[in-house]
Design a protein around this ligand. Sequence first.
Ligand code: NAD
Length: 452
Amino acid sequence: MTAYDVINPATGEVVRSVPLASPEETDAAIDRAARAWPAWREVAPADRARLLRRFADAVDGAVEELAALEVLNAGHTIGNARWEAGNVRDVLHYYSAAPERLFGRQIPVPGGWDVTFREPVGVVGVIVPWNFPMPIAGWGFAPALAAGNTVVLKPAELTPLTALRLAELAREAGIPEDVFQVLPGAGDVVGWRFVTHPAVRKVVFTGSTRVGRRVMAGCAEQVKRVTLELGGKSANIVFADADLERAAATAPYGVFDNAGQDCCARSRILVQASAYDRFMELLEPAVKGVVVGEPGDEATEMGPLISAAHREKVASYVPPDAPVAFRGAAPDGPGFWFPPTVLAPVAPTDPVAVEEVFGPVVAVLPFTDEEDAVRLANDSAFGLSGSIWTRDVGRALRVSRAVEAGNLSVNSHSSVRYWTPFGGFKQSGLGRELGPDALDAFTETKNVFIAH
Ligand code: NAD
């Protein structure tokens, strides 16, 4: 295949055909990135910072355009898509402060001086999934560029349009062409070449645990640095002492945002048995109230799934005999729609309680006490995110420490801030993105001893 027809998931219509990079084109792009690296790492810190700020400003000027493109390409609601474009801008601004602050250390030693440097790694390959095409691209390229690396980035086959536009905006802002390149292409061609090409020194992969495992194994051949952001099956734990009204009103947004195609989706709701009936009573109107429809409408809260094939996969978790407690609405007709769906009661061993559905389907499970809640929450191969609802501050902290996940929120479902670290425990990933931590992932520490 040499080109890919990008489909609007809300209508099923072809938006545009995008050429796919061949193995030769991929190698040529990587070679250009490798040749561009020595000059880019030598750009004075203040100048590199200024270029990143200009890039951020260019993105800011294009927020509406980028958002509209994401509505068209990924079916994201216009509100979410604006946030996503704004997130790219903010992440660029945040890391534009890094070049002048990439401090090393001076360590006391006898007979001389000892200093450390934070060296860029070289060419960084960023592999992006289709669920959040803009933010996930930015979380890779912004800190990588700031630390003095050059970047080749592969968007998902399904969603290349915003990444292509971001590459143009980088160019308009004065970032040299070979310093940041976007290469639409197949995962096992372009993405895999990032893994196998010796000039790519670091791979940032966000996607499924299945592919992430292969990428990690491939990188091991060259002891290549790798950051992995993979799947999740996060728990929303609701204790009986919580503000049940608020917990129930927000639970749908903790899992159905982006139609559930969110690695942080709280797709298991664990409810203390003594509050179970009341919580379900409150949850039903909240779920039925989620506004599902045309993603470009300002009032829409949930759009379609990304593709027909993905809808089929999601539907397989809701067979005709599934224990559907209640469902929201979804448009019929063209487009890949699926209604918000609540399954209860669900056994902890049921595939829908174990596997990442990546759609608007949530399983509700009861628990007895704090120990049982933690046991159930941790009974998963994943460990990305989660929420804890309680009015007891001691319990909130105890459970936060006990749940094996990288990003937790108490009495909230918010997991992502560009200035705080993000990443997974267990099979949800390796390494941290965003915040002060990301720069460690794009630099090597060098120690130099200088004799008196
Ligand atoms: P995917 O693993 O199928 O694809 C992800 C990317 O990898 C795509 O660009 C794809 O083309 C590429 N790819 C596929 N095969 C490859 C190969 N052999 N070598 C190199 N690259 C290859 O995932 P997806 O379906 O696009 O995305 C959904 C998954 O992403 C979900 O599991 C979700 O949880 C995960 N995700 C995780 C995070 C996080 O931060 N932890 C964020 C978003 C999505």
